[in-house]
Design a protein around this ligand. Structure first.
Ligand code: NAG
Ligand code: NAG
Ligand code: NAG
Ligand code: NAG
Ligand code: CU
Length: 405
């Protein structure tokens, strides 16, 4: 995600959503797979398998949250909570489980995967890796749902708004974390991810806010003011763009107006579909770094991925191979930390003990004037192998194997 950007997606979204609701109602009765389908899926989805056999044995059907049965919804939420019991794969500070791994990898790669050409492919794969974790390790037999709204039901949804007065940002939070203070309203106190101080099993987030490492409740600050940027018009505008770069900019926005100096309040936000979808929920989801600590992150990014896919299949011959954009965001001068020179950073000459930092992409051979191509390698630390953008351009081929309905 990107922190505050998202200017324009609301209107088109709603229309697309309504359409997808109608379609899924009529076509998708078996959203939870049979065991046989699940086995086929697992067999066909081993990422170490030869990538040249691109055929999927089975396509997962990703659909809108509201179209799922209550049983399917509770299965999804059970599986998300299950990832908090899976052993961690990374050694990032604070991480205790697989759920935390996903947040930590995003925190540590955020500076190299937003406001760049590979923003959409990186997040496409990240969502798929989470989906695969739910299925392989938590016996979930469905797909990642898509969020539009409403999702905040305390019984069959993700719980409600943050409760004012229940959360205070740490005093040591600095501008580098790009926290928008007004969106950190309070803890979610109901639903499956609600906070209960006397329950040791209560949902807590171990990374964030921003780049800090703290254990805290899931924070939200629902702000419907951002909905105007989640419109069907915004989506339609993105879908009208002719090139990938124009499309990506229309969906993600650019970071001109959310530089660090301005990011501590919400008065100067440039909004896009991507940014508004984050900010309309606020809190954790509204932060550039720690947003995957909010389970809704995956539903929001699945929706962005769906819009990209819809754009791709309007002209598949061209657009399944259309990739471009800058490799480095404009923030690059600020990016290297801990004494790193940014020439080392972009050339990939990182010190051994620093190899997880800024590794959202494989920088080998790239420099500041490089353009993103289908050959760029996307990195996910311990969550998955490096994958080239060309291998995830078509979501109906291995190793993606899903479709939006
Ligand atoms: C995936 O491939 C790896 C390496 O070939 C193998 O060790 C592993 O067992 C495979 N997993 C599945 C589910 O087939
Ligand atoms: C910031 O403060 C929080 C608690 O208030 C603490 O857990 C965390 O370690 C501190 N982080 C840094 C970088 O000092
Ligand atoms: C909080 O957790 C305690 C201990 O598990 C439990 O007895 C109590 O009912 C919970 N409160 C709520 C509001 O769920
Ligand atoms: C950047 O890399 C390209 C090849 O990817 C090379 O042609 C160009 O000379 C490099 N520019 C600089 C300033 O190193
Ligand atoms: Cu992101």
């Amino acid at each position: 995600m990107t922190p505050p950007l998202l200017p324009s997606l609301a209107g088109p979204l709603i229309r697309l959503l309504l359409l997808s609701v109608i379609i899924s109602r009529s076509t998708c009765r078996h959203a939870l797979d049979s065991d046989a389908d699940l086995d086929a899926e697992l067999n066909g989805k081993n990422a170490s398998q030869d990538i040249s056999s691109r055929q999927c044995s089975h396509l997962l059907k990703r659909q809108e949250w509201r179209t799922l049965s209550d049983e399917h919804k509770s299965e999804y939420i059970r599986a998300v909570k299950c990832t908090r019991k899976l052993p961690k794969l990374s050694s990032y500070a604070g991480v205790q489980s697989r759920f935390d791994d996903f947040q930590a990898v995003h925190i540590h790669t955020a500076d190299s995967i937003h406001y760049t050409g590979h923003f959409l492919p990186w997040h496409r794969r990240f969502v798929t890796l989470f989906e695969q974790t739910l299925r392989r390790d938590c016996d979930y037999r469905g797909a990642i749902p898509i969020r539009t709204s409403p999702v905040f039901d305390p019984v069959t949804g993700f719980g409600g708004d943050g409760v004012k007065g229940t959360y205070t940002l740490p005093d040591n939070v600095t501008e580098e974390s790009q926290i928008i203070r007004s969106t950190f309203v309070g803890c979610v106190m109901d639903g499956p991810f609600g906070y209960n101080a006397s329950d040791p099993e209560s949902f807590v987030v171990h990374g964030g806010p921003g780049k800090l490492v703290t254990t805290h409740c899931l924070v939200r600050g629902i702000n419907d003011g951002f909905k105007q940027f989640l419109s069907a018009d915004v989506v339609q505008n993105a879908l009208r763009q002719q090139t990938y770069e124009e499309f990506r900019l229309a969906l993600e926005g650019n970071d001109q107006h959310h530089r660090r100096e301005e990011s501590m309040d919400d008065s100067d936000l440039e909004l896009s579909e991507h940014a508004s979808g984050h900010l309309v929920v606020g809190g954790e989801l509204g932060n550039l770094y720690s947003s995957p600590g909010e389970p809704l992150f995956f539903l929001h990014h699945a929706n962005l991925d769906r819009i990209w896919w819809n754009w791709q299949i309007m002209d598949p011959d061209q657009r399944l191979a259309d990739m471009s954009g800058n490799v480095l965001s404009d923030d690059v001068e600020d990016a290297p930390e801990d004494g790193l020179e940014w020439e080392d950073w972009i050339s990939g000459q990182l010190p051994e003990d620093h190899d997880d930092q800024y590794n959202g992409i494989d920088f080998g051979g790239l420099n500041a004037s490089s353009t993103v191509t289908l050959d760029l390698g996307l990195r996910f630390g311990p969550l998955g192998e490096t994958i080239h953008i060309r291998d995830i351009m078509d979501i109906t081929q291995f190793p993606s194997c899903y479709i939006y309905i």
